[in-house]
Write a protein that binds this ligand. Structure first.
Ligand code: C5P
Length: 406
């Protein structure tokens, strides 16, 4: 994955127990191809060692403001200029207070003050400290100073309490970093994304479904949110965390998805149908579980009726919405995709070959062909998260060129 390729990020670590998650954050950023330098406060070193963070970042860790050797290599002002983004994770109540007060009494606080790019804080503290009047005041001041506050989350805390004050998990902080560094090409636009499978019940405990994992749809939703869109993510049953900055609606059947999508696309700009919507549903749903009181080999017949095609309905009923569909094909990929785009009245279709086990359903990689009214392009096998970003960039470009753009 390389959604942060060539981005320079300083991770500041201050003295809270959540510092045990900081190496994981740094490792994930490096996996996304970011260049990471770590700066620790004195108290942070009581929780984890600079050596750990040096190992995962691949760079020496800075801890001192007055350090002749380090200053000779890169002064604190140069280091602040080097950073595209500074993230303090964890940020203690004490660090919040120092930054809100404009102090420059250690290297990290000085860097935040000297930064030209965004400075983000991932607060982590006991819930009573988080709700204390002074912390509330400092949080308001930091927001007024255009510092970004990511979290905290709500849940069980290291001290045994329950409540607000948990540092966001490293994967969520990485998504925040990507969003903070992504150009806001979809600012002011509403994008509706469907994801995952649907389930079509035929009795209270059984259903017909498919192997869709939801990964590609969630990656598209995350990338659209990072690009500044208001994102409505309408998803069938999947076990994936909600992408940062998206509004999620969970549902089960194709009929429920149809109703939710038609409602949400009434005021949308772009619709992206990634969900593997079941084409058929059982005609009758039995009120009780169907019993197996038959002879072996005897047949059970379930009558099916066709579901509405959600993408085609968006295209016909909301003609101002730029519509993008996905096409999972096992043969004649481009030809079938072209026909499907025209038949459904879509602006674009993104086709992938699901006969290849290494891409498509349930895998982490995907290779696709984009088809629109007067062009086609192919994207070679790429991790789904990265592909989400690439596809959102292409969709944005083609949307901007279409008469539907506003
Ligand atoms: O026709 P097919 O199922 O291959 O088309 C796939 C595309 O159509 C996907 O974008 C999918 O989300 C959408 N679709 C839909 N409603 C259906 C079936 C498919 O929106 N009932």
């Amino acid at each position: 994955m390389s959604r942060l390729a060539n981005k320079h990020i300083i991770i500041g670590v201050t003295g809270g127990i959540a510092a045990y998650k900081s190496p994981e954050l740094v490792r994930r950023l490096v996996e996304e191809a970011a260049l990471v330098q770590v700066v620790m406060s004195h108290h942070a070193q009581s929780f984890i060692t600079p050596l750990t963070l040096q190992a995962v970042s691949g760079n020496p860790v800075r801890t001192e403001l007055i350090d002749e050797g380090a200053e000779a290599a890169m002064s604190h002002i140069e280091l602040a200029r080097w950073a595209d983004l500074i993230v303090v994770a964890p940020a203690t109540a004490n660090f919040m207070a120092r930054l809100a007060g404009g102090f420059a009494d250690d290297l990290l606080a000085t860097l935040c003050l000297a930064a030209r790019g965004p400075v983000a804080l991932a607060p982590a503290m006991n819930e009573v400290m988080w709700s204390a009047a002074a912390t509330r005041r400092n949080a308001r001041q930091l927001e007024a100073d255009e510092r970004l506050l990511w979290g905290p989350g709500v849940g069980s805390q290291a001290c045994g309490d329950e409540g607000a004050g948990r540092m966001l998990e490293p994967h969520a902080l990485v998504e925040h970093c990507i969003a903070a560094l992504t150009p806001k090409s979809l600012e002011g636009l509403c994008v509706v994304v469907t994801a995952g499978p649907t389930r079509e019940a035929f009795d209270p405990v059984r259903y017909i479904s498919n192997h869709s994992s939801g990964k590609q749809g969630f990656a598209m939703a995350a990338a659209a949110a990072a690009a500044g869109a208001h994102v409505e993510l309408v998803t069938g049953p999947v076990s994936l965390p909600t992408p940062v900055g998206t509004h999620r609606t969970d549902l089960s059947s194709a009929s429920e998805m149809y109703a939710a999508v038609m409602d949400k696309t009434a005021n949308a700009d772009i619709f992206i149908g990634v969900a593997a919507v079941s084409d058929y549903r059982p005609k009758h749903v039995q009120a009780q579980k169907i019993k197996k009181d038959r002879m072996e080999g005897e047949q059970l017949e379930i009558e099916l009726v066709q579901n509405a095609d959600i993408a085609a309905c968006v295209a016909s009923q909301h003609p101002g919405v730029y519509t993008v569909g996905f096409a999972a094909e096992t043969q004649h990929l481009e030809r079938h995709a072209r026909e499907k785009r025209v038949r459904k009245g879509l602006d674009m279709i993104i086709a992938n070959d699901v006969s290849d086990q290494s891409i498509g359903f349930n895998s982490d990689e995907n290779a696709v062909t984009l088809v629109w009214d007067d062009g086609e392009s192919r994207i070679a096998s790429t991790p789904k998260s990265e592909l989400g970003t690439i596809l959102i960039e292409r969709i944005t470009e083609l949307y901007r060129q279409s008469p539907k753009a506003r």
